[in-house]
Structure formats: C-alpha cells, structure tokens
Design a protein around this ligand. Sequence first.
Ligand code: NAD
Length: 281
Amino acid sequence: MAVIIDGKSVAEQVRSEIRERTLLLKEGRGIQPGLAVVLVGDDPASRIYVRGKKAACEQAGFLSRELIFPAELKESDLLGVISELNNDDRIHGILVQLPLPKHLDSDRIVESIEPRKDVDGFHPWNVGKLFSGTAYHMSCTPLGIIELLDRYHIGIEGKEAVIVGRSAIVGKPLAMMLLSRHATVTVCHTRTRELAEVTRRADILVAAAGQPEMIRGSMVKEGAVVIDVGINRSPEGKLLGDVAFREVEPLASHITPVPGGVGPMTIAMLMVNTFNAANRL
Ligand code: NAD
C-alpha cells in the first residue's frame, strides 16, 4: 500500500505560510505582493484558471489585478498592456494566461514580460537561469512536484528519475530541477523505444504525457515514487491521470492521486513565486 501524497493539503499549507509571510512583509517593509493576470478571449478553461488565481491572491493578502480582453485584441495593444504592468511598482508578478488566440505570437508576448516579474517562469531568461544552475523564477507545476517530494521527505539525490513527457512547461524544466538536486534523470517522449523498460528503472517516475492511464502496473518498479501530472477527461467526463492508479498504487511507495495530487500545487507555487518577486526587492 502506497502513501497517498495529498497535494491538496500540502498546497493549503504552502498557501497559508505565504499568507503569514505576506502579513509580515506588509508590516515590516510596507510591501504588498501584487499579481496581474492577463486573459485574452473567453476560453472557458482559462476563465476558470484565472478565477482560481484571483481567489488565491485574495486569500494570500496579495493585490490582485485581472485584465480581461476580447479575443480580437491587437498584439500591439497587448504589448502596451504588458509594458504598463512592467513599469507598475505595485505589480510584482505578471502572468499571461496561455493559450493565446492564434493571431497573437505567444513567444513574443512572453518575451515582453520583465523577467523578474515573469512568475510563470516561461521567459527565456528564466529558462536559461534554470538551465545554468542559477534559477530565478521556475515553472510552477514542476516546482510544485519538487515541493511535494520535499514535504514528504522523499530523497532526490542519487535517485533514478524518469519523466514521461518533454514539454517546455513540465517535462524539461522538471528534468533540470531534478538534475540540480542530483538525481540521474531520463526524459522520455513519443519516440522513446521500449518505454516500459526505461520507466521500470525509475525510483521516481513522473508521468506528464497527457495520455489517460498510460502508465500501467507492468511499467513500474516496486517501491517507486509515482507522480502523476496528467489531467485527462474520459469520454464519460471523468477526470483521469496518466497513471492507471488502481494497478500502480499497490506497487508504489508513494503516489499522487488525480485530482488532489500535483494539480493544486501549481497555484500554490504561483503564490510562492509572486511572494518571492516582491520579497526580493
Ligand atoms: P504536452 O502535450 O505539451 O506534452 C506531452 C509530452 O508527452 C510530449 O513531450 C510527448 O512527447 C509526450 N508523450 C505523449 N504521449 C506519449 C506516449 N504515449 N509515450 C511517451 N511520451 C508521450 O503536455 P503538457 O503540457 O506537459 O501536459 C502533460 C499533462 O499534464 C496533460 O495532461 C496536462 O493537462 C497536464 N498538466 C497538468 C498541470 C497541473 O496539474 N497543474 C499543469 C500542466 C499540465
């Protein structure tokens, strides 16, 4: 029987610590962390995420600005909005909700954010800092995974870590974070041969492929720590992870459920990054 990693309660703990530290920052130095979230268009999932981020800011005692624009917003106007936020001293974190409508160049928009305010950790400056071992803001979902491992006292140093998925927001930054914590890291993807052989080597196995229940029991070593990043919907509308939980749980030493595992950590780490952006001033 595996220990079920309770991401919901760890996220609540992290957020309540940030609330306390925010009170002290306000009292001690008169600084209130401020986060601006920019949403272009009316993608329903993005609206839910933006609402969640606003609620988290309010709970943490942050200043929260929500800027919502119609899908037709011109790129030059969006760049103008970001430039204003870059120069606004009350705003320490800027997040542009992705995906953006097709006519907007996401790379160009992300690159226009002042890197020290890029609390998503997507700006090439932050990506480069992570790769060079001098990280500043790190991508929230992989950072949340490291936080979960730490809070459960799961050692990383010297472990075989295997990540399934090489996206720029999860797999790749997580590989760098685990490497900086002295794991031996393998990153798998759609062209990986004999995937099960590779995943069976893992002491720490992270599934971030976006493929419902693709990690079967036969792919997991006994005693492995299994982290499931996947958020998938079954045809019946049920939320499914990338890990076949019922098969894998009896083998694992620790496992994250979906929902309630990695998911809640992302917003918690966004609060941490925004707090740090304000506290570093
Ligand atoms: P992505 O689609 O950008 O990348 C998926 C990666 O998985 C690719 O590198 C691909 O090569 C690899 N992959 C896909 N199928 C594979 C297979 N059969 N075998 C081996 N590799 C395979 O995905 P992403 O944005 O990194 O997201 C991955 C999953 O994590 C999604 O389900 C997403 O919803 C979820 N997600 C959750 C959070 C959160 O919990 N807060 C955040 C981001 C992403």
